[in-house]
Design a protein around this ligand. Sequence first.
Ligand SMILES: Nc1ncnc2c1ncn2[C@@H]1O[C@H](COP(=O)(O)OP(=O)(O)OP(=O)(O)O)[C@@H](O)[C@H]1O
Ligand SMILES: N[C@@H](CCO)C(=O)O
Length: 317
Amino acid sequence: MAVYTSLSDSDMRALVADYYLGELVSFQGISGGVENTNYFLITTTGKYVVTLFEEFDLDEVPYFLDVVAHLKHKGFNVPAALIDIHGERLREVNARPAIIVDCFPGSELKQTDVTSCRLMGEALAKLHIAGEDFPEHRDSHRGVAWWHKTSNAIEAELEPQQAQLLMSQIAEFDVFMAEHKDLPKTTIHGDLFFNNTLFEGDKLSAIIDFYNACHSWVMYDLAIVVNDWCSDMTTGELDMTKYRALLKAYLHERDVSAEEILAWPYMLRIAALRFWLSRLEAWHGAKHDPVRLAQQHDPLEFQRILEARVRYVPALV
Ligand SMILES: Nc1ncnc2c1ncn2[C@@H]1O[C@H](COP(=O)(O)OP(=O)(O)OP(=O)(O)O)[C@@H](O)[C@H]1O
Ligand SMILES: N[C@@H](CCO)C(=O)O
């Protein structure tokens, strides 16, 4: 269970007393999720989620809260931080930055299907368009500089064939990007896996976990989504029915440029590599701690996806 910072009953009571949320009824750590500590919180006024940020210092968090506030203002169901009795949306709890957000109705998908892929394609295009005028431009903390540094640090731990795949794909991406410096960017979610959405029946009820948001290539974000929503995780291969449904819905809402079409294979591969690498980094960091290791996602899933995208990439349009 991913509760890295434990809150006691009196911690939670003190926190709730600082909001206009009535009295504490109960709270429970949320299993699933690997980056932050999350609790479901029930008070006499409703159900909420408390998030304690495990990867960021207090001064790094406002960017992410601003992204969510911008999207909420444009009508998206996204978790904006609630304001406390002091007029603040961000505070420190047990030495971690912390927020409280509304708990959305709906539940996580167990797996994607053609309908959910279609809904995601449409919502993602709208999200990308809505993010264009967000004025704060933050680079990804797991972007180009991070994948160079982390791949160099981890290379020696890998099998020769894995190291070759990792390093050659980064080099190929660098060569392509050197010739295509003006690829369109927007404010991207950066981690829009299907476990970061909630559905009520066939309705997409919320998009959550914006803590990898950044200013980056639009096609990179689309590739992150396609790799997670449309891949068979056991083989890495694309389910072409889901793939076509997601892209058709996306392209109905947002036009892509000729350069973006050219970039598509590179984006699918680097998006797979980014999650392979973050999972490898987390796995190597946790390998001497069985409890933490058991919480990690399997790096092999994204190695297989990358290998599949090296073998074959279907057309974007
Ligand atoms: N606002 C919310 N409303 C309803 N459920 C939520 C909300 N926020 C989080 N959850 C639930 O908590 C789970 C974990 O949250 P979240 O994905 O933000 O954690 P994380 O540690 O950042 O995860 P990840 O592994 O994706 O980085 C979600 O999958 C969802 O089930
Ligand atoms: N979505 C990520 C974890 C959170 O960033 C993964 O599945 O590796």
